[in-house]
Design a protein around this ligand. Structure first.
Ligand code: PFF
Length: 487
């Protein structure tokens, strides 16, 4: 395999594709080769699995999962999450990967290939990464700032004088500043785009093969370190011992919502990555490996965060209940500060979050880039520049929403939260429902099953019932609860 460090498909795609074994999968379409991506796919099965797992493992695993687990009863939440992951989550993941691989196209082409009448639905699906990636980049910028804060030993974050109040002041001061967050956002966005410019094999696959093992080592190291601290066991107990009395339908809904957030479903990513997958790899085997990897990371992250809160926070329940940015950027730094060697533990933790966010952000950008290349016939470089411009425009709005634009609010939601709410609570459930219904009722399900590799009759019935009825019903429950209960 020709593997030098030049972008792998920025120029003439067909020319650069010629003679390279690895892209065959993306160039062949059941032998016709005419209407698939004209550019390279992943060179190997492991490359695909690591890239898709890199997309799935992100901010969702590192702060959203631990916070939800703490809020919704620990062990019982974990149990619901795992049960839903192997049933509902797995089916949706398999479906999206198969849609991508079957069509060999980005989201718009994939829906058109499913049924010409539903090409328009691809645009709705595309809206999700367009809305998410700018504000995801802003949060990535915050994480970058925190790495510098811990390395430099900033007095508000680390040291004897640092407390929850000082880290809250650090966060508020930093995010309210009009320029600083923009600079760090720019760094994060530029890094994301740089990887995508290098292409699927030499950018995304290469970085995922390096970063995913690094992520695993960092996470396991942090987990062992935290578990060795006195008092950590109370947190482990909270997380792993289910108390059935804590079960409510909210536990189930929260686990369901987290699942499709965490597995990067309903945002076109798995369709896009599936379109780059080799034809000889098994869709269901790969999906199994991706979901195992994603769930393990979520559990390890929760085993880092919850026990450290229980061991070191003066008020563990209140700290664990802190949601969103407050948990990661305010409470956790104060917790790390009480752990021996906290400055370096904090540094390692934020480096971990940074890498996880980077691989997710890359997948969101690639989803948009693949459409620009397929449908607008732009080069990879040009497509990346368009997405970069879009990220800067929308991301700056989100970032300034904490400073000069803080008067723009809907209810108590700032600009970033408005984007987050609209994409995650409204658009994503709609996309998931639509995907299941279009695939289940308005497409050739037989060829979809073949793509997945489903041969047994029982499994085929199970899969059909899941995507036609169970998944749309579950997603409707999430949509309704998102709108009315703001869960
Ligand atoms: N699955 C990734 C995560 O858990 O962070 C990626 C992601 C999910 C990005 C949802 C954005 C998002 F709204």
């Amino acid at each position: 395999m020709n593997d030098d460090l030049t972008p792998d498909d920025t120029g003439s795609d067909e020319a650069s594709a010629a003679g390279v074994q690895g892209e065959e999968a993306a160039l062949t379409d059941g032998g016709s080769g005419s209407n698939r991506h004209a550019h390279k796919g992943f060179s190997s099965k492991i490359g695909f699995v690591l890239a898709a797992a890199g997309s799935a493992v992100g901010l969702g695993n590192l702060w959203r999962f631990p916070y939800l687990a703490a809020k919704y009863g620990g062990g019982i939440f974990l149990l619901c999450y795992i049960a839903l992951a192997v049933t509902f989550g797995f089916c949706l993941l398999v479906l999206e990967i198969a849609l991508g691989r079957k069509s060999g196209k980005g989201v718009i082409g994939a829906f058109a290939a499913l049924n010409k009448k539903f090409k328009w639905f691809g645009f709705i699906c595309l809206a999700v990464p367009i809305i998410i990636v700018p504000y995801y980049g802003v949060i990535g910028g915050w994480v970058t700032r925190y790495i510098f804060g811990f390395v430099a030993g900033d007095g508000l974050l680390v040291g004897e004088t640092a407390t929850v109040e000082t880290s809250a002041a650090f966060f508020a001061e930093f995010t309210a500043n009009p320029w600083q967050p923009l600079v760090f956002f720019l760094i994060f966005a530029a890094l994301t785009i740089l990887v995508v410019v290098f292409g699927v094999q030499k950018g995304i696959e290469r970085i995922s093969k390096i970063l995913m093992p690094v992520l695993a080592v960092l996470a396991v190291f942090l987990m062992i370190y935290v578990l060795c601290q006195p008092g950590a066991l109370a947190g482990v107990q909270k997380l792993f011992v289910p108390n059935f009395a804590d079960f409510t339908y909210e536990t189930l809904l929260a686990a369901l919502g987290q699942l499709f957030y965490s597995m990067s479903l309903a945002m076109g990513i798995m369709i896009t990555y599936g379109s780059y997958m080799k034809k000889d790899a098994s869709v269901s085997k790969c999906a199994r490996q991706i979901s195992i990897c994603d769930t393990c990371f979520a559990i390890v992250a929760a085993t880092i965060i919850i026990p450290s809160i229980f061991a070191f926070s003066p008020d563990p329940e209140a700290t664990a209940a802190a949601s969103g940015p407050s948990l990661m950027f305010v409470q956790l730094p104060a917790v790390f500060n009480n752990i021996p060697g906290g400055r370096w533990i904090g540094t390692v933790f934020f480096v971990l979050v940074f890498f996880a966010a980077l691989t997710s952000s890359i997948s969101l950008v690639e989803t948009i880039v693949s459409v620009l290349r397929d449908n607008c016939k732009l080069s990879r470089l040009m497509s990346c520049l368009v997405v970069f411009g879009l990220m800067l425009a929308l991301g700056s709005l989100s970032s300034l929403g904490f400073g000069p634009l803080n008067m723009i609010k809907i209810g108590d939601m700032d600009i970033l939260s408005i984007f987050d709410y609209f994409s995650n609570s409204i658009l994503m459930p709609i996309v998931a429902i639509g995907t299941c219904l279009i695939a289940g009722f308005f497409s050739d399900t037989k060829s979809l099953m073949d793509e997945i590799g489903i041969r047994k009759k029982g499994y085929s019935y199970y899969f059909k019932i899941m995507i036609r009825y169970v998944a749309p019903l579950c997603m409707t429950a999430i949509l309704i609860s998102g709108i009315f209960l703001k869960l």
